[in-house]
Design a protein around this ligand. Structure first.
Ligand code: ZN
Length: 144
């Protein structure tokens, strides 16, 4: 898999120094998601404060794409309202479904645009989406 080298670096940085990795005691809910095709696993703890995403902490094992993407997701979504978080999540999902045709909205996705190239590799899209889908599941359950 070849990605733009700058983007490769962003992904490697998040992989080597993941943000919000290590499960916090504070949570409303815990979810566990895995991606059997690659062997990636993520456990995510979510704490909401009303409409605000108060804390996301996660732990997991897996490939660099899955771990880096969970790191980017947590960094982006903490402090956002539920509505904003879902808007960002939808933009990331759309980017992953773009088959390499989209560069992503950097204002919305920040480091998330580094994963744009992943959308050209169908086998890796689930890796990139794993942490995001864990957040979607957890937040939908808390906000229900
Ligand atoms: Zn993977």
């Amino acid at each position: 898999m070849e990605l733009d080298s700058l983007y490769q670096e962003v992904i490697l940085d998040h992989y080597k120094s993941p943000k919000h990795k290590g499960l916090s005691e504070q949570k409303d809910i815990q979810v566990h998601h895995n991606n059997p095709s690659c062997g990636d696993e993520v456990t995510l703890n979510l704490l909401m404060s009303g409409q605000i995403v108060k804390e996301i902490s996660w732990d997991g094992i897996g490939c660099s794409i899955s771990m880096a993407s969970a790191s980017v997701m947590s960094e982006l979504l903490i402090g956002k309202s539920y509505q904003e978080a879902i808007k960002i999540l939808d933009a990331f999902v759309e980017l992953m479904q773009s088959k390499g045709q989209s560069v992503g909205d950097e204002n919305l996705l920040e480091d998330g645009v580094a994963f744009a190239g992943v959308s050209k590799f169908p086998a890796r899209i689930k890796c990139a989406l794993l942490g995001w889908m864990a957040f979607k599941d957890a937040s939908a359950q808390v906000m229900a």
